[in-house]
Write a protein that binds this ligand. Sequence first.
Ligand code: HEC
Length: 150
Amino acid sequence: MRIKLTLLTSLGAVFLVSAHAGEFKKPADAIHYRQAVFEVMAHNFADIGAMVKAKKPFDKATVLMRAQNVATLSKLPLEGFIEGTSSGHTDALPVIWENKADFEAKLTAMQQNAAQLLQAAQSGDEDAVKQAFAVTGKSCKACHDLYKKD
Ligand code: HEC
């Protein structure tokens, strides 16, 4: 009986934990999450950049792998831009939360460009990749210019 009760209690605890799994424990965790996503996304994006700028040989399989990562990662940062995270160890400007709709539109634009970059990578056409890379890079800058500290 006691064992059963313990089991039930721990099952209850599991459900409690999973119900809150999508939330951050503290503001710093949300900031760290979005910074980590941007960091990993930038690493993958930069490697495509090195290839389209001929700093290393253009390798279709690597471009495809990088573009898949960028397209997936581009969908993640928004979750970290919760209320109450405009101060602390962050380069995010408070104006984000005054213009949240515009901020989200800029993020959506970047996601769409990343999806185009993935399509170009799937086609294997180097010129298409080059062009989509440039367009996507502009959408990073368009947001950083307004919403990120230098
Ligand atoms: C919709 C706005 C937006 C878009 C689009 C965007 N960024 Fe950012 N980025 C930010 C903000 C805001 C921060 C600051 C986050 C913080 O410090 O909390 C940031 C931070 C970063 C950082 C620094 C992360 C760190 O370690 O502190 C890198 C690198 C980065 N972005 C790369 C990119 C790249 C590459 C793209 C395009 C493929 C991109 N970003 C697109 C808003 C954006």
